[in-house]
Design a protein around this ligand. Structure first.
Ligand SMILES: [Zn+2]
Ligand SMILES: [Zn+2]
Length: 602
């Protein structure tokens, strides 16, 4: 049942949760957050001076910056942002003090009489007295704290405007949200903006289009991915590697159907617990079926297809299982959030005594996989028992101990996420960091006390009696879709040779070199290297340029000299050049590919 995505909560923050302007010392982060939140008040004042009829939503600090929601007489365009920024600079230069006062609810209702959203919030505040802050001509209802005066708002920039439903509710009015960022210094701001630019350059949706890897078509529907040949071959390489490695580590590969009777999902509890994520049932011969949101029940049925003895355990069933889950169209995002995706799923059935070794095995595999794909830094979280839980306290404690013991055995540093386990068992989450330092959801290992009970998944023990199995859900890559997104952004589309859709492109200088080029291409293909010949009648420079745009690791330019000497002129994606005998290039490129090297040097 592992890893159903969390629904977004719609970004409703009434007021900041920081303690009120007390004398206690604030950390640097808290100060920055206070400054960012103050910047949102400054922005609100600026917007009010331009649009006197504005109705205000809320304006919290967020990671790296702030936003404020406005109800305005017209739609904002990106051209409005510099005008608002200019106004904000004036307000900052005027160094207006942030003045706090406490008023009664009645008084607050008078102050905000023309502000329907604020009135709605006042009605919900339990306290009799409400704090209001004023700077210049702008009054806001807010718990604070703020900086002393607008002059303390430092380096900032407004980034974008987006629609945002009031309180994240689609039934409520759509407001306009302006996002900004703010930092202590101009250097920190420009460093941040540089990172944003780099992230945009690496956006997997953009790279996916430019490199012709995948598309999502309105005609097929949102969140349903069409894998083009070049994307499909990357996926195939990942899947083959994945299967091979799993077989080496004692997993059995299985396949399960994409549809199953609704009753099965009732037994598993998905029908009841995750109804919102399931697609409507379809009727087949008077029986309701649903398209699978998870692979677990299928694997359980394989396990249960006959009586199991303790001597067979552990059993590890692995499947690249395609599942479908409902996501609202508004939350879909490239390959990172979709409606249909293929999980690299596996379920381990073992005795409780075997659990620690099994978790160690999964952690070791996860680490090997992350290393192979060039993710070298990650953060490990152990999530413990939440308030509501299935199973006994005793079993929870033992299982949590098993997970931390396994982490200790491999000397993996981790943090505890108290109470963040799923109700059916503790889990380990690994967040991998990409080249830009952004976190991606990586491997998860989840112990489950619930499904073995629901399905009565047992084995016959040494004592001749039936015992419930210990069950583990785990993925190491997550899903093929999201994993490709993370790889694309991690490498900026420049895959290491073993993953590149086209590994070698051969560029003949003139038509008379075409035959030699084709011969080399055929030899490479015969050895399993993904080689192409660029036979178009274009200039060499243009073909090199194209190969660079396609981020092909190796370009071989062949002309008279190469044909005569049976050599190739090699040009790496980085621009590095060399001349090599054909036989040694062929040998070296195979070595780089087979070793899954990150580096292209031959
Ligand atoms: Zn405030
Ligand atoms: Zn599962």
């Amino acid at each position: 049942m592992a890893s159903l995505p969390q629904r977004g909560v719609g970004g409703f923050h009434l007021i900041m949760v920081l303690s009120m302007g007390s004398q206690t010392k604030m950390s640097g982060d808290e100060k920055l957050e206070m400054m960012r939140h103050s910047a949102s008040h400054v922005m609100a004042e600026a917007v009010q001076s331009i649009f006197p009829d504005v109705k205000f939503g809320i304006g919290p600090a967020i990671r790296d910056g702030f936003y404020y929601d406005f109800d305005l007489p017209r739609s904002l365009t990106p051209d409005d942002l510099p005008l608002i920024e200019a106004k904000m600079r004036e307000i900052i230069a005027a160094d207006e003090p942030f003045m706090r006062r406490e008023v009664s609810r009645e008084e607050a209702r008078r102050i905000f009489a023309s502000q329907p959203y604020k009135l709605e919030l006042i009605d919900e505040i339990p306290d009799e007295r409400v704090s209001v802050y004023q700077q210049g001509a702008f009054v806001d209802m807010c718990r604070g704290p703020h900086v002393n005066s607008t002059g303390e708002v430092k380096a900032f920039k407004l980034l974008s405007v987006a629609g945002a439903y009031w309180r994240g509710d689609e039934q409520k009015p759509m407001l306009q949200r302006i996002y900004g960022v703010a930092f202590d210094t101009e250097e920190a701001l420009s460093e941040y903006l540089g990172r944003v630019e780099e992230a945009a350059r690496r956006d997997h949706r953009k790279l996916g289009r430019e490199l012709d890897l995948f598309s999502i078509s309105d005609e097929a529907g949102p969140g349903l991915v069409l894998w083009h040949p070049k994307g499909a071959v990357v996926r195939l390489v990942i899947e083959d590697f994945w299967k091979e490695e799993h077989i080496k580590r004692g997993y059995d590969i299985v396949y399960t159907p994409h549809l199953a009777k609704r009753d099965l999902w009732q037994t598993s509890g998905h029908w009841e617990l995750y109804r919102d994520y399931l697609y409507s049932p379809m009727e087949i011969e008077g029986q309701e079926y649903i398209i699978k949101p998870m692979n677990c029940p299928g694997h359980i049925l394989i396990y249960k297809s006959r009586l199991r003895s303790y001597q067979e355990l552990p059993l590890r069933y692995a499947e690249l299982g395609t599942v479908y889950r409902y996501e609202r169209s508004g939350v879909m995002f490239g390959l990172a959030r979709v409606r249909g995706f293929t999980q690299d799923d596996a379920h381990i059935f073992c005795t409780f005594d075997q659990l620690e070794d099994e978790v160690v095995g999964v952690l070791d595999l996860a680490r090997f996989m992350m290393d192979s794909f060039g993710f070298t830094s990650y953060q490990v979280l152990l999530s413990t028992r939440p308030e509501k839980y299935a199973g006994s306290l005793d079993v929870w404690e033992k299982a949590t101990e098993v997970l931390s013991q396994a982490l200790a055995r491999l000397e993996i540093a981790y943090d505890i996420d108290p109470g963040e386990g799923v109700f059916y068992g503790p889990k380990i989450d690994i967040k991998v960091e990409d080249a830009l330092g952004r976190g991606w959801q990586g491997p998860t290992i989840q112990v489950d006390f619930n499904l073995p009970q629901r399905f009565n998944v047992t084995y016959v023990g040494q004592d001749g009696k039936e015992h419930l199995v210990a069950m583990v859900h785990r993925t190491v890559l997550g899903s093929m879709e999201r994993f490709l997104a993370s790889l694309l952004e991690h490498y900026g589309g420049a895959f290491p040779a073993w993953l590149a859709p086209v590994q070698v492109i051969i560029i003949p200088v003139a038509d008379r070199h075409l035959e030699y080029a084709r011969q080399l291409g055929a030899e490479l293909q015969g050895e399993g290297v993904r080689a192409r010949v660029d036979a178009r009648s274009e200039t060499v420079n243009l073909k090199i340029r194209q190969a660079q745009l396609d981020k092909i690791p190796y370009m071989l330019v062949v002309g008279d000299k190469e044909v005569a000497g049976n050599t190739v002129s090699v040009r790496l994606r980085s621009g590095e050049k060399s001349s090599q005998p054909w036989a040694s290039f062929k040998e070296n490129v195979r070595l780089v590919i087979n070793s899954r090297a990150q580096d292209l040097s031959l």
